[in-house]
Each structure stands twice: as C-alpha cells, then as structure tokens.
Design a protein. Structure first.
Length: 406
C-alpha cells in the first residue's frame, strides 16, 4: 500500500486536497469516485526530508498544459468529430496517440467526466484553460447539434489571434535587440575603454575640461561599483513595473496610455480588433449579443474598455443601442461605432463586427510597420549620440595634448 496525494472536486465543484492509501493510482481514483469526488490530479506522496525534497523537485519539473496544447486539442477534437467519431471515441484516440503525459491525463479526465454524464462544455468548465468565449461557443454547438463546426470556428479564432500576437512580437524583436546591443556597447565603452585613457591624462600638468572630468569620474564610479550601478539602472524600471502591475498602477497606466498620441492609436486598434473579433465569432455562432459583450469585456486588456463594454451591456439590457453608447466616450474609432450601429439596424451585427475587426487588424499591422520604421533610426541616433560624445571628448583631449604639454 502506498500513499497518494490528490486534488479532487466535490459535488459542489469545490476543490479538495488530501492523502489516501491505495495499491496504485487507478485504485486511488476509484476510491475517490466512490466517495463522490471527481479526481483532477493524483500523485504519489512521499514522507520524510528526502521525500519532501524529491516532491518539491518533481513539482517544480511537473509539466503543465500550455496554450499550444489547448490549440492542438481544439483542432484535433474538431477534426475527429467532423470525421464521424463520437466524443468519447475521439478523446480515446487523442489519448492513445499523444506522447505528453500531462495531455494524456487531461484527455483521460475529460473522457471520465463525459462518462459520468457531464456535457462537453460542463467538463471543459472545470479547467481554467478555457475562456468564457470558448465555453459559450461549445455550448451553442452542443445545443444546435453542430459541435464539430463550432470547434473549427474556435480553432480559426485562436489561429487569428496567435498570428496577430506573433506579428506584434516579431516586429518588436529587432528594435529591442538594437537598443540592448547599443546599451551594452556604451557600458563597455565606459567601463573598459575609457579607464585606459585615465593613465594617459594623469600628470599632464593642466586641468582637463569639466565635461571630460565628469565623464572620467562617471566611468570610474561605474567600474568601481558594478552592483550598485546595476541596481541604479534596474531598480527604478523594476519599481515602476511593479507599481503598474498593482491594481492602482494598472488603472492609472490604462488611462495614461490613451492620452499619448502614438500609443493611444496602437491601443485603440488592438482593443478594437480583439473585442470585435470576439463579438463576431460569438454572435455568428448563436450567442446572444449581451453575453457576447460581457465576454468581449473579458478579452479587453485595458480597464477603460472593460468599463465601457460593461456599460454597453447594461444599456443593451435596458433596450438601448450599443453603437450609440460605445461612441459616447470616443474610445473606439468612429468608423467602428458607425458600422456597429448599421449592423444593429440591419440585424447583421456579427457580419459588421467581422468587417470592423478585419479593417482595424490591417490598420494595426500598418501602424506597427510605421512605428518600427520610426523607432529603429531613433534608437540608432540615440546610441550614436551617446557613444559619439564619449569618443569625441576623448579624441579632443588627445589631439590637444601637445598644446596642454606646451
């Protein structure tokens, strides 16, 4: 008999943790189900100091489901169901052909939940990896008998957002790399090359220019206090970052970025694309517009957009037009709110939301291209000015050595 540590859900969907004795993991799972619990995770429990150390090491190395796993799951389950397999058969096929233990356990747990009488959407709701949008579309597919088609819609939605995310990341890599290399070059210039000139300038018999003395003192201080220099350079940005991660800081940042001309346009296009793409997918797949707006507010990153969408949801429930409500605060582009109003009047909200998302996604990519093209020369110029100042200062002193000596 061994001891197994478990995490399970009770009848009220509350998580329970504990330890039980059983011959193996399967017997432990069976015993939990006999007690009315639905096991989520069962692992061998080790006692003692060595066991604790091994347990912490195993927990540290334990694999988790990633976004890529969820996207793979959505694509595969949709294709298998579309080919005519029943849901439990499709899950067994996925489990049998997967080589990732955590994914096998996830699919096996889903199969067990389906056997216990849960619907697919109810089983997925037990996991935090699936958003309300995902669950609503799956539920609509179950109710309409078109689950495979709905899963393929979700897969297309995930692919579109992943493509946009990768586009933004790819466009940011080179400017950030350029800035990092330039910053490193300046640090090397100050800490390695500049101190070698100090010996040359000592004993020249005449005072050096003030800006050169200050530059040499700065280089010497950086070389003598590398840890303190790193703290001075990293500390303030880290403190600012931590503040903006707090609730108050996040609220202030969300308001602040909307007041900066370049950033505000970028944020406006990004939020418009994300929100209207989500509403399009939901409304076109049978989800009520009020529910789609509520889910869309969860997709929004900026708190100001979440607040406005929540207000629009209440306005819709009171019988008012959401296009007018969204246009009141100028957070969304005027074209987007006008097209949405047209969609409300014509009964084609989903179609109009798709057109809005397509238009502003294209505009967002153009903005990123222009921003990247503008940032790169600015970074190069900034690095050149700083490095050039150091080099020219040193050369000016070297060239005037004869005059100083004379």
């Amino acid at each position: 008999m061994g001891q197994f540590k478990y995490t399970a859900l009770d009848a009220n969907n509350q998580t329970q943790d504990g330890v039980l004795e059983a011959p193996d993991r399967e017997s432990a799972a069976k015993r939990l189900m006999e007690q009315g619990l639905r096991p989520l995770n069962i692992r061998r429990h080790r006692q003692g100091g060595l066991g604790l150390g091994l347990g912490l090491q195993l927990r540290f190395r334990k694999e988790k489901l990633k976004r890529a796993d969820i996207e793979f799951f959505t694509n595969q389950i949709g294709l298998l169901l579309k080919s005519g397999l029943a849901l439990d058969q499709a899950l067994r096929v996925m489990k049998r052909h997967s080589h990732k233990p955590v994914f096998q356990q996830f699919v096996g747990d889903l199969e067990q939940k389906i056997k216990e009488g849960k619907s697919f959407s109810q089983a997925l709701a037990d996991y935090p990896h699936f958003s309300p949008m995902y669950l609503n579309i799956v539920r609509a597919g179950e109710e309409g008998g078109i689950l495979p088609a709905m899963l393929m819609k979700i897969a297309s939605y995930q692919a579109a957002f992943q493509e946009l995310k990768q586009y933004v990341i790819s466009a940011s890599i080179y400017p950030l790399f350029l800035l990092g290399v330039g910053f490193l070059a300046i640090i090397i210039l100050l800490t390695t090359i500049l101190p070698r000139f100090e010996i040359l300038f000592e004993g020249m018999g005449q005072q050096l220019p003030g800006h050169v003395v200050m530059l040499m003192a700065t280089a010497k201080w950086i070389s003598s206090h590398p840890l303190l220099t790193a703290l001075v350079l990293v500390g303030p940005p880290l403190a600012i970052w931590r503040y903006f991660k707090s609730e108050d800081g996040k609220t202030r940042l969300d308001r602040w970025v909307l007041r900066i001309p370049v950033l505000s346009g970028f944020v406006r296009n990004l939020e418009t694309t994300r929100i209207f793409r989500t509403i399009e997918v939901l409304v076109n797949n049978g989800v009520h517009l009020a529910a789609a707006l509520k889910i869309g507010s969860g997709v929004a990153v900026n708190a100001e957009y979440r607040r406005l969408l929540n207000q629009a949801t209440r306005a819709l429930q009171e019988g008012r037009r959401i296009g007018q409500r969204l246009s009141a605060e100028k957070l969304f582009p005027e074209l987007a709110t006008e097209l949405l109003s047209i969609g409300e009047e014509s009964g084609r909200v989903g179609e109009m939301c798709g057109q809005i998302a397509d238009h502003f996604e294209k505009e967002l990519k153009e903005r990123i291209k222009r921003l990247t093209a503008m940032v790169e020369p600015i970074f190069i110029l900034l690095i050149a000015v700083v490095a050039g100042y150091v080099v020219i200062s040193m050369l000016s002193v070297i060239l005037s050595i004869n005059d100083i000596a004379g």
